[in-house]
Design a protein around this ligand. Sequence first.
Ligand code: FEO
Length: 395
Amino acid sequence: MNIPRQIKSNIYSVGAIDWDRRLFDELIPLPDGTSYNSYLIKGTEKTALIDTVDPTKQHELIENLKELRIDKIDYIVTNHAEQDHSGALPKILSIYKNARVVTNKKCKDMLINLLLIPENKFITVNDRETISLGDKTLEFIYAPWVHWPETMLTYLKEDKILFSCDLFGSHFATSDLFVTDEAKLYEAAKRYYAEIMMPFRKTIKKNLEKIKDLDIEIIATSHGSIYDKPEFILDAYEDWISDEVKNEVIIPYVSMHGSTKKMVVFLVNALVEKGITVKPFNLTVTDIGELAISLVDAATIVIASPTVLVGPHPSVIYATYLANALRPKTKFVSIIGSYGWGGKMVKQLSDMISNLKVEIIEPVVIKGFPKEDDFRALGRLADEILKKHKENNII
Ligand code: FEO
């Protein structure tokens, strides 16, 4: 189902829903599909399209524009150069021959490079510059690094709509134009934040400062539902980007013959007894997106691995690499696991988390199946985690 739908007078959603997509960037699982939102704004003098769609869905955007009988587009505002929003630009430019691409200098350079769009097709705008459509005015707000260097936002002044592209988005295919199921959307938006925006937490803070005085009635993102109650997502972002962590320990683990699993189970129980929320993730069956969501809030990560060819299990290496790349605000890390005859697991894993500003709590790595002394060491680890959470006012 893809039909143009009116958001406000002369403002339409004309993008495409991708119900079946299950992977983004050949990396990120999409359990709920996604959408590529594009918006058409008809002013009394000019018509603007805000972003386009993924090239696999460009026929749906074109159909929607036909349905609305749009025979002239003056401006195609491009908030972000990534191809899921810009990929249909060449096709749209070939149909609407007089349209000009309105964007910032960085984005223009990227579009020329990525999509081979001729330089004379562009109008370059500065931060806070405006363009009039007649009775409607577009203001462009640079918001770099959410999540590429060229990203910007577009504010439609008269209608108080912020077109935020990826920022505040969610990979969520739905036939509802506006948010209807807040709980479900919250999860989808948090997953999206964790996987795409979290590495840029500090930059998002700065960019939110830039828009805090805007009068916003609607946030229209380029993925997922439109927010007609913007405070829902603005409040969620305030929480996610804050420096506060929660009294949670996540334990990504793999166990080959049961020794590491036995340690994980013991540690989970010990932490739960102390009133700490624990989330173990068996990496052989874990949706990596679920792990990413948990990284948004958790105070502590305990990585648990057996030893394979002197190092950690490859699935643990993958999860650790990802956690390091996503730069969560986690405060403490420890490592537990078992080896048969030796290894360098602790050093290798410690070397992999240089992006994380964490304190390492003494690892517990044992030989073979855990014995009484080993369980005592795990008990001490649980005590230490509790102590650190208390000292840092996390409990
Ligand atoms: Fe939805 Fe960064 O693209």
